[in-house]
Design a protein. Structure first.
Length: 150
């Protein structure tokens, strides 16, 4: 997983009140959606992170499984944390692991029928909730300050 440790530090330039309000509104709407996601996951007997794991496996591009390394990247989590998360989901009967036939160093994680059914139910609930936000979750248009020429 590749993460940037630091962001470029530019001097803070004052932003217009309207731009700050747009950012605040976007973060508020994002938090409302995330809170919905947390609550609906718990109502269905899983943690929000377990739901995200299931979603990333089900939604992995081009195949119906993912490796631990790929899931760590998609979840923006540490490898060992994803191993633990997969273990908990495996104990709950939501996923199963198998050693890759192509590369025996890799572990492929697949959904079980129970895991697939759960992610389908939760994904549909999330889609309905997202539709209720229509436009409120789009990134705000905030002008980027121009750099001064040295």
């Amino acid at each position: 997983m590749v993460r940037k440790k630091t962001r470029a530090h530019a001097p803070a330039t004052p932003m217009a009140k309207a731009d700050i309000q747009a950012l605040a509104h976007f973060r508020y709407q994002l938090r409302r959606f995330l809170r919905f996601s947390e609550e609906v996951a718990h109502e269905h007997g899983v943690t929000p992170l377990q739901y995200l794991l299931l979603l990333q496996i089900r939604g992995y591009p081009g195949r119906d499984w993912a490796t631990i390394t790929e899931l760590a990247e998609r979840l923006q989590a540490q490898h060992h944390g994803v191993v633990s998360l997969v273990s908990r989901c495996e104990a709950a009967g939501l996923v199963r692991r198998s050693v890759s036939t192509e590369d025996r160093r890799c572990v492929e994680v697949r959904l079980t029928a129970k895991g697939k059914g759960l992610v389908d139910v939760l994904a549909n609930l999330h889609r309905v909730e997202l539709l209720s936000f229509r436009g409120a979750l789009s990134a705000p248009e905030i002008p980027v300050p121009r750099r001064r020429q040295a």
